[in-house]
Ligand binder design. Structure first.
Ligand code: GLA
Length: 383
């Protein structure tokens, strides 16, 4: 990102010198659809980021512009929309609304957004916009909050204002990611530890180019199915508050008593939690064969039990098999389109990218985008 270009663009639009805040997108290595079940996830922040340039305004107005979308928005801070407008500004408005609900006073500001996280690719462009906007708005108004709280605010914005009932994973890793590391997060306690990505391993992210849209139904339906599962298990064991609390034994004992769909969803979540913990251990031990097995199992479970994969994702996952340097891969993010993540030995990463793109193109007639990623630091102000 060329910061001086964004600064020049901002000056041209608003006549002021801005401060710039950056928040990254993410890939999730394992632990899919576990965050809103109080479970474990292991994402990494990546180099694609959203930047928000901002300067305060004297009157109580919020003016928002984006370098990607032509529409401009202007709102009166004391008379903000109470419901989503179904435009990109909702992510910012949601953050404003939650900050204010929590008692923080905000001043008027001009914002210019540059989003470099591919949209609809499952790399968390929305979390990146929320987090970068939150930090930008907070700094104008001298609001200082721990990054974990910023992540919670952004998640709440997406839940209550945008209407997608997402978990905390994306906002959390966007805030707290660390270069060269994945982050193993306990989504109940929000305790986390960094897991080094083994030396010589690249994260190759393959975009199927099939867009997903979280707010449209299927994601929220999965959440409801999990909640239904919890209601059953809570009858069988008083300790169950979330699927996180269901042990493998309890699951095996009762799966056959659940409606078939609910049983499949619960099996995925309970086993995916265990896989995530096992994967963190395998990473620490440098056991890439085990990592590869766990990633494959995770994908199969998302495909067959949680039913959030799609033809394009399955083809992309299969296309990786057998390529030189490939250690493991799976779909990443909410599903129904978007990307796969692959661990590939660095010296093979470029060839891998070319070959997987070619294999995918032959099967689908779609030209995918393939990104060679590294794990990056979380959000902050550009100096
Ligand atoms: C989306 C959500 C996350 C998480 C994943 C699935 O990315 O934003 O909270 O639920 O889907 O693991």
């Amino acid at each position: 990102m060329k910061a001086h270009e964004l600064i020049q663009h901002f000056k041209k639009l608003f006549g002021d010198h801005p401060r710039i805040f950056r928040a990254p997108g993410r890939v999730n290595l394992i632990g899919e659809h576990t965050d809103y079940n109080d479970g474990f996830v292991m994402p990494a922040a990546v180099a694609f980021s959203t930047y928000v340039a901002i300067a305060a305004r004297p009157e109580r107005k919020l003016v928002m512009r984006s370098e990607e979308f032509p529409v401009n928005f202007e709102f009166d801070l004391d008379n903000l929309p109470e419901q989503r407008t179904r435009a990109w500004c909702d992510y910012v408005l949601g953050v404003v609304s939650v900050l204010r609900q929590r008692g923080h006073q905000l001043v008027g500001a001009n914002l210019l957004v540059r989003g470099e996280v591919p949209i609809g690719a499952g790399l968390s462009s929305s979390a990146a916009l929320e987090v970068a906007s939150a930090l930008a708005l907070m700094s104008m108004s001298n609001v200082q909050l721990p990054l974990t709280e910023v992540a919670q605010i952004c998640r709440q914005a997406e839940n209550s204002f945008v209407g997608a009932r997402v978990g905390i994973m994306d906002q959390f890793v966007s805030c707290r990611g660390k270069a060269g590391h994945a982050l193993l997060l306990d989504c109940r306690s929000l305790e986390f530890q960094f897991v080094p990505i083994p030396a010589g391993i690249s994260l190759v992210v393959c975009n199927t180019m099939k867009k997903h849209d979280l707010a449209t139904g299927a994601y929220n339906t999965r959440r409801e199915e999990c909640e239904e599962g919890v209601r059953y298990f809570a009858k069988w064991s008083s300790e169950v508050r979330a699927l996180r609390d269901v042990s493998l034994e309890l699951l095996d004992q009762h799966t056959h008593e659940l409606p078939a769909t609910i049983g499949k969803r619960c099996s995925h979540v309970v086993r995916e939690n265990q896989r995530t913990l096992d994967d963190a251990r395998a990473f620490a031990e440098g056991d890439l064969i085990r990592v590869g097995t766990l990633m494959r199992e995770s994908h199969e479970s998302l495909r067959d039990l949680y039913e959030v994969s799609c033809r394009e994702l399955d083809i992309m996952v299969e296309a990786a098999e057998g390529l030189p340097g490939f250690c493991g891969g799976r779909m990443t993010g909410g599903g129904f389109g978007g990307c796969t993540v692959n661990l590939v030995r660095e010296e093979h990463a470029e060839d891998f990218a070319q070959q997987i793109a070619e294999r995918y193109r032959q099967k689908t007639a779609i030209h995918p985008q393939v990104y060679l990623c590294t794990a990056e630091a979380g959000a902050g102000e550009l100096s």
